[in-house]
Design a protein around this ligand. Structure first.
Ligand SMILES: Nc1ncnc2c1ncn2[C@@H]1O[C@H](COP(=O)(O)OP(=O)(O)O)[C@@H](O)[C@H]1O
Ligand SMILES: [Mg+2]
Length: 260
């Protein structure tokens, strides 16, 4: 089943075609990877899907509903969560409070419920705590729940971002270079976490530079260069595509961390 359907999607920044006429189908229960050199438009594509940018052209449909140009708080309510290339946590808040912030989107009690501590509010608070704790367990970082986010190791911070995204109860999770800057061993742990997320019923979109990780995880790969698709298919098809080898694998095979 197609969960997300992208057609003719484009984003122009004053003359620069950051994303240019892209088509993409993300199948439910699968891992779809987006690869390409730095500046290819991968993060911009994720920003378009999650509503952080408005497309210049094209459509995005999620669960058969047109979500083109919808704001991030609405796309997350519909079930799309994303993490950012550079972790953006509330640095002075605890790990648990960061993850709890993901629950806002699923909460319904009003400020009056909170002030009056109505049963509805207390019920929701308990549920939110349970869900946040479950996300911390799932990502393997519950022992850090009381620590200030900026004080925990980088690998843990990256897991906090994923826990925060999972706390919103997404159907589609978009991960933008989740393993950037991590050691080989830590990267293996992230690959396993991604497999666990999919096994738990969440569909994953993955932007990742490490080819070994992409090739071992992805069911489907879209290769972008200068905003355009240059290849798409299974890891096997993409790996042997001459255009991919030239544009990406050949020209640029160091690990890199871009902006955005
Ligand atoms: N907000 C923005 N304003 C102007 N240009 C942008 C903006 N965001 C991204 N770009 C440009 O769009 C292109 C694609 O960027 P990006 O999507 O971050 O690439 P990737 O994630 O593949 O490295 C780059 O040339 C980048 O400089
Ligand atoms: Mg990027």
């Amino acid at each position: 089943m197609t969960l997300l359907e992208v057609r003719g999607l484009g984003k122009h920044f004053s003359g620069l075609h950051a994303v240019d006429d892209v088509d993409l189908d993300i199948s439910a229960g699968r891992i779809t990877a987006i690869i390409g050199p730095n500046g290819a438009g991968k993060s911009t594509l994720f920003n378009l899907l999650a509503g952080f940018y408005r497309p210049t052209s094209g459509t995005v449909r999620f669960k058969d509903r047109d979500i083109t140009g919808m704001s991030p708080h609405r796309t997350v309510a519909h079930g799309i969560a994303r993490t950012f290339q550079t972790t953006n946590l509330f640095e002075d808040a605890t790990v648990l409070d960061n993850v709890l912030s993901g629950r806002v989107v699923r909460s319904h009690s009003t400020v009056f419920d909170a002030v009056l501590r109505t049963p509805r509010h207390r019920r929701e608070e308990r549920l939110n705590l349970d869900k946040a704790m479950a996300a911390l367990e799932f990502t393997g970082i519950s022992e850090y729940r009381g620590e200030i986010a900026s004080s925990v190791p980088q690998e843990v911070q990256k897991r906090v971002s994923i826990a925060l995204a999972l706390a919103t109860e997404p159907e589609l999770l978009l991960l933008d270079e989740p393993a950037a800057g991590l050691t080989e061993e830590e990267t293996g742990g992230f690959a396993q976490l991604i497999r666990d997320i999919v096994a738990d019923g969440v569909t994953v979109g993955l932007v990742e530079h490490r080819m070994s990780m992409v090739m071992s995880l992805a069911d489907h790969i879209l290769v972008l260069d200068h905003g355009k698709e240059i290849a798409a298919g299974t890891p096997e098809t993409v790996r042997t595509d001459p255009q991919v080898i030239e544009a990406y694998l050949g020209a640029d095979h160091q690990e890199q961390e871009g902006a955005g």
